[in-house]
Design a protein around this ligand. Sequence first.
Ligand code: HEC
Length: 150
Amino acid sequence: MKSIIAACACLACLASTPALAQFERTSDAFEYRTAVFTVMDHHFDRIGDAIKNKVPYDAASVASDAALIQSLSRLPWVAFVPNSRVGDSRAKPEIWTKPDQFKAIADKLGPASDKLVDATKGGDQAAVKAAFVDLAGVCKECHDKFRAKR
Ligand code: HEC
């Protein structure tokens, strides 16, 4: 019985993610978004390596990496809650003083990853590369403006 209740609670939580994601502490929000970025970056690098032929190009694995990025690309934004520049956060204050500018770039990441996923379905490596370069441009645009240098 307990496990059924736990499973239901878990499903309810999945259904409400990410729009209603809640964080008890600002440090939880910081950890959540950096964890998402870290995993996203891992799959991003894997595609990058395949495109640069550092590893053999495996279309199925590129498609799976792209699908993960597509899901993850929607997640970090809800975790930029006020006062969450904690620990070694590199989030710039402008995220909160210019929220419209931040959101405008954040909103591009999902559609850019959708295009990457579409490209991986077409089997054309050049199209995958073009979509990947566009996606990388969105990461860079935001990092240049809203992420502090180390
Ligand atoms: C709309 C803005 C925005 C976009 C788009 C964006 N990032 Fe970031 N990213 C940030 C900010 C801000 C931080 C710093 C968060 C913090 O330290 O609190 C960050 C941090 C990171 C980190 C460091 C995580 C850590 O452990 O400290 C990685 C890696 C990363 N981003 C990868 C990516 C990749 C890859 C993409 C594109 C596929 C991307 N980001 C797109 C804003 C963005």
